[in-house]
Write a new protein. Structure first.
Length: 256
C-alpha cells in the first residue's frame, strides 16, 4: 500500500512539473518572461523549457558592448531555427539562425543594456519551441552607447571586410570563425541611426547552404561568428555573403 502510494505520488509530481513547464514557469525566474512568451511566439505554439538547449555566457560581463555568447542545440533532433533574445534589452531580439547544413550551434558577441537573462528558443520540425538560457550580470549601457568605429573614418574604407579561420574539431568536422568589419549601431545613441548586419549566408564551395544568420541591432561591433560544420558537410572551401540594413554587400571566399 505504501509503495503504491509512493509511486502514485512520484507520478503526480512528474505530471505537475511537466504541466508547469508547459505553462511556461521560468527556471530563470524573470519577471519579463510572460511578456517574452507573448512577444516571441504565436499564442498557439508549444513552448517548453529544455535543458538540451545550452546557452553559455559569462556570469558577469565587464564590457556590456562585447559579451561573448554561445548557443548549442545539437542535442535536439530536427532543429529548424534558433532565436536568441535578452529579456531586459531595449531591443530584445539579438540574432536568429537557421542551421541548414551546419551544426545547430553558433558563437557570437552581443551588447547588453543591463543584467538580463539571455535565451535561445529553438524550433524543431514538429513546430515546438525549446527554450534554454542563462543570466548575465553587467553594469550595462551597451545598447545606448555609440560604437567606437562610428567615430573613425577607417570603418568606411574597410566596411564589410571579412577575415576568417578554419580548423579541424577534435569531435570531427570543422570550425569556421568569421570576423566582419562593421560598426554596428543600435540607433539608441543620440544622433546615430541604426546600422547593423541584417543577413549573412554561409555556403560550401559548391554553393550549398550551411547556415543563414539574421542579425539585429544588439550584435556587437565588428561581429564575430563561430560555426561548426559536421564531417559530412566539410568542404574544400566556403563562402560567405550578405548585407547590412543599408544594403551594403558582404562577400568573401573562405580558404582553408
Amino acid at each position: 500500500m505504501i509503495k503504491t502510494a509512493l509511486v502514485a505520488l512520484l507520478l503526480a509530481s512528474a505530471t505537475i512539473v511537466g504541466q508547469a513547464a508547459e505553462r511556461g514557469t521560468d527556471p530563470l525566474d524573470s519577471p519579463r518572461w510572460s511578456d517574452m512568451r507573448k512577444e516571441m511566439f504565436p499564442a498557439s505554439a508549444k513552448v517548453v523549457f529544455d535543458e538540451r538547449v545550452k546557452v553559455t555566457a559569462p556570469l558577469t560581463a565587464e564590457n556590456a558592448m562585447n559579451v561573448p555568447v554561445s548557443v548549442d542545440a545539437s542535442a535536439l533532433p530536427g532543429v529548424r531555427e534558433v532565436l536568441v533574445f535578452a529579456d531586459f534589452n531595449p531591443i530584445v531580439r539579438i540574432v536568429r539562425f537557421e542551421p541548414t547544413g551546419a551544426q545547430p550551434s553558433l558563437g557570437f558577441r552581443i551588447k547588453l543594456q543591463q543584467s538580463t537573462p539571455v535565451r535561445a528558443a529553438v524550433r524543431t520540425s514538429d513546430g515546438s519551441w525549446h527554450v534554454g538560457g542563462t543570466w548575465v550580470n553587467t553594469a550595462g549601457g551597451g545598447c545606448t552607447l555609440p560604437s567606437t568605429g562610428s567615430a573613425s573614418p577607417e570603418w568606411q574604407k574597410r566596411l564589410g571586410e571579412v577575415s576568417s579561420r578554419v580548423w579541424a574539431r577534435k569531435e570531427g568536422g570543422e570550425r569556421i570563425r568569421l570576423r566582419i568589419i562593421h560598426p554596428i549601431d543600435t540607433g539608441l545613441a543620440a544622433g546615430i541611426p541604426a546600422f547593423f548586419l541584417q543577413d549573412l549566408d554561409l555556403t560550401d564551395d559548391k554553393g550549398k547552404a550551411l547556415m543563414h544568420i539574421e542579425g539585429f541591432e544588439p550584435i556587437a561591433e565588428n561581429p564575430v561568428f563561430t560555426v561548426d560544420i559536421p564531417v559530412a558537410r566539410a568542404s574544400a572551401g566556403y563562402r560567405v555573403s550578405g548585407r547590412d540594413n543599408n544594403g551594403n554587400a558582404i562577400s568573401a571566399v573562405i580558404d582553408k
